[in-house]
Design a protein around this ligand. Structure first.
Ligand code: FAD
Length: 275
């Protein structure tokens, strides 16, 4: 008789957790540890990029391109393209790119700081997402704006944000004073993750964190574990694909009539009824 649960029968996957918090004993640290332990227990492989522990360099500058002519003007996209195509980016960046190539899924774990990600994590994106790796991929012409928004090097991989916020859930609701959380995270979910090709899962958000006790943590942990178990089977956010016919070329504007009447802003780029 086979007592194996459906979860343990799941195919082993490779998960990269990019973690941005300076304190190992923090709530973010506990969520990162929960993810790592649970995914390993389910038979998956896990890599953690602990950006503070790695002393990650957060700013892009000429040192990122060791072979460049130091007397020439620094033009970041052009220098990035040359360094990526000649495999001469710095070792720390190349290691992170290798982890991204390796991963089937990527989870970004961070506290919401000033309505966005901590600077060290933004600096990971700025430096690791080189020209030719995460942007400038595919044909760029009058007919096509490259392989992006659903296509690109991360196509076939999944990604999810795991975010902690001090504010209340209502403050991030449809009429909440901070603005809706899906709008706040749109530049990361759509811009940073969907752009290079990831399928993006709905974000896991923990609210009102600053007064959270251990008892509440147990509930948060359970919710997170459910989301991890659904990482391969839950539906991703139905972001529209750039090259699937929804957008006019070359203006890259959404064709009229695809959205429910009255839809505006970020919501235009999520296919109605598919989220
Ligand atoms: P911690 O301070 O480590 O812990 C939070 C609470 O969780 C503590 O009470 C801790 O005891 C408890 N806890 C329960 N169980 C555990 C466990 N197992 N392990 C560890 N701790 C546990 N909030 C917003 O909503 N919007 C913003 O724009 C925003 N901007 C900010 C900007 C800055 C610069 C800073 C410092 C904070 C900002 N905040 C904002 C608040 C911020 O999002 C929270 O402070 C953060 O999410 C809390 O996460 P943490 O890991 O730092 O928590």
């Amino acid at each position: 008789m086979n007592f194996e649960s459906p979860q343990t029968a799941t195919e082993s996957k490779r998960v990269l957790i990019v973690y941005a918090h300076p304190e190992p004993a923090s709530l973010n640290g506990a969520l990162k540890d929960t993810m790592r332990e649970h995914l390993l227990a389910r038979g998956h492989e896990v890599e953690v990029s602990d950006l503070y522990a790695q002393n990650w360099k957060a700013s892009v500058d000429g040192d990122d391109f060791p072979l460049r002519d130091a007397a020439a003007k620094l033009v970041v996209p052009a220098d990035s393209r040359r360094a990526f195509s000649s495999d001469s980016l710095t070792d720390d960046v190349r290691r992170e790119q290798d982890k991204l190539r390796w991963a089937d899924a990527v989870i970004l774990q961070f506290p919401l700081w000033w309505f966005s990600m901590p600077a060290i994590l933004k600096g990971w994106v700025d430096r690791v997402y080189a020209y030719g790796f995460a942007y400038g991929v595919g044909e760029h012409s009058d007919r096509r704006w490259g392989d992006r928004y659903g296509e690109g090097r991360m196509a076939g991989k999944r990604a999810m944000l795991s975010v902690t916020a001090g504010g209340w859930e209502e403050h991030y609701g449809p009429r909440g004073i901070n603005g809706p959380i899906d709008d706040m995270l749109f530049p990361i979910n759509h811009g940073v993750l969907h752009y290079p090709g990831f399928e993006v899962m709905p974000s896991f958000v923990v609210y009102r964190t600053d007064r959270m006790g251990e008892d509440q943590f147990a509930g948060v942990r359970e919710r997170l574990i459910q989301r991890l178990d659904g990482l391969w089977t839950d539906a991703p956010i139905a972001f529209r694909q750039q090259n699937a016919g929804d957008y006019e070329v070359p203006s890259m504007t959404l064709r009229p009539g695809l959205e429910p009447a009255g839809t505006q802003g970020f919501a235009l780029h999520v296919a109605a009824g598919r989220d």
